[in-house]
Design a protein around this ligand. Structure first.
Ligand SMILES: [Mg+2]
Length: 455
């Protein structure tokens, strides 16, 4: 393991950020975060924990022969995009969301691996469990990152920096992957700190070191500064966060609107009062797919809904949950996003039911036949424990039949890999990325048709 990626030395007396690896020589166990007198971490009750190169790290963990090699996880279809790249691959300029074809040109010697979403979801679940063993105040942002408010854990586990080190050590030991941790007084600073400590680092930004840490950063470091806002700021000659802090807030508001202007001014002074909002695990479960090129063929869309419904149902079953509501998300080529939801008469974890509902919602969304989609998603919400609803399911023999059939598929997939068994309509399709088909050549797929049980 390495020390944090920052140039900062360990514990500096004047409130400078402190970077530390967790397993350096001479430190006592997981708690010994930092050499010397210990970091000033008072007031740093927020942690942001983020797995390093998550998908790629899981693949490398499961295939030790890949260690030290450039590894790229991405859809292997010709139009696929990079989902995750090991740091060895990043050294060649490869990054997520880049077309795989470009990644191949940049780093032909890389090992390309199709994603195993099942495996990542399983690791994510365990990682979140580790977080929740520290504090119930956990706000997941993605499969591989979360905010933690550790105020209530300090008496039990020690100061925040020590808790951060403990989490890093626990995840490394239990999951065999590395993560980076930012320790700070607010969510915004904690997230910046974890990013800057990557890979495999821990960075503490004490309350009185926030401005020294923040002000030299480029304006793009501020939440809310995208491409467009960045252009406005550049036009005003504002390059660093300090520049934003020093310009009158009225000027920012005039140029950016009153709410964004005020927001950026507050952030530039390190003010971010947002609390960590804990969510119960698995409030909703779902899957979505961004197409590598925009899709306007309803058959391809429905096939994707089928695949995502299968993934959602498997997620529900492995979480022991049933969903009351099915939600679909359709993002158009122009980034307009449409969501539609329907609450079911009975909660379900059956792909066929989810797919049927998703197709009905898609049909009812009333999209123009030429509407081009860049993303579709299926989500199941309103979750209830499957155990509580078990008796209801016994009613419909037919529904129970589908459920048993899908559970049987789960067992086979669990033994031989998630891709072993899939609905027949998917076998001929591309595995990872549906690509546009010439009009009319796709096989007809009636909306209600779902996965079939084995004979
Ligand atoms: Mg990550």
């Amino acid at each position: 393991m390495t020390y944090g990626a920052l140039g900062h030395g360990p514990a500096s007396p004047d409130g400078e950020p402190v970077a530390a690896g967790q397993s350096g020589a001479g430190q006592s166990g997981a708690g010994g975060a930092v050499a010397g007198a210990g970091p000033e971490d008072s007031g740093c009750r927020i942690l942001h924990v983020d797995m390093d190169a998550f998908y790629a790290s899981v693949e490398i963990r499961d295939r030790p022969d890949l260690a030290g090699r450039p590894v790229i996880v991405g859809a292997t279809a010709s139009r696929g995009v990079v989902l995750s790249a090991s740091y060895e691959a990043r050294a060649f300029g490869v990054h997520s969301a880049m077309p795989v074809t470009r990644a191949r040109r940049l780093c032909p010697q890389a090992v390309f691996i199709p994603p195993r979403h099942h495996a990542y979801a399983a690791v994510s679940k365990e990682v979140m469990e580790v977080f929740r063993s520290v504090t119930p105040e956990v706000e997941p942002l993605a499969l591989d990152e979360a905010f933690l408010d550790v105020s209530g854990a300090i008496r039990r586990l020690g100061p925040p920096a020590r808790i951060g080190a403990l989490i890093r050590a626990t995840i490394a030991e239990q999951q065999g992957i590395n993560c980076s941790v930012g320790v700070a007084p607010s969510k915004f600073i904690a997230k910046l700190a974890s990013t800057r400590s990557k890979p495999d680092g821990l960075l503490i930004v004490p309350a009185d070191g926030v401005l020294a840490f923040l002000h030299p950063l480029p304006v793009a470091a501020l939440w809310g500064v995208g491409e467009q806002t960045g252009q406005v700021l550049a036009r005003l000659g504002l390059r660093t966060v300090r520049d934003i802090a020093e310009i009158p807030v009225g000027t920012l508001q005039r140029e950016l609107g009153s709410s964004l202007g005020a927001h950026l001014a507050a952030l530039a002074w390190g003010r971010d009062e947002r609390p960590v909002v804990s969510s119960t695990p698995e409030k909703s479960i779902g899957a979505e797919e961004t197409f590598a090129s925009d899709i306007d063929d309803p058959e391809v869309i429905r096939r994707e809904l089928l695949r995502l419904s299968g993934r959602t149902a498997r997620g529900l079953r492995s979480a022991g949950a049933l969903a009351r509501t099915v939600v679909i998300k359709l993002r158009l080529a122009n980034f307009t996003t449409i969501t539609r939801s329907r609450t079911l008469p009975e909660p379900t974890d059956v792909a066929r039911t989810i797919y049927g509902t998703a197709c009905a919602l898609y049909g009812a969304a009333g999209l123009d036949s030429r509407a081009r989609l860049r993303l579709v998603g299926v989500r199941a919400s309103g979750l209830v424990p499957a155990s509580r609803a078990a008796t209801q399911l016994a009613f419909g023999e037919r529904r129970a039949g589908w459920r048993d059939a899908e559970r049987a598929l789960d067992r086979i997939s669990g033994r031989f890999g998630a891709d072993t068994v899939r609905p027949a309509t998917l076998v001929t399709g591309q595995r990872d990325e549906p690509s546009p088909r010439p009009g009319g050549s796709a096989p007809r797929l009636p909306p209600a048709q779902g996965p079939r049980p084995p004979p």
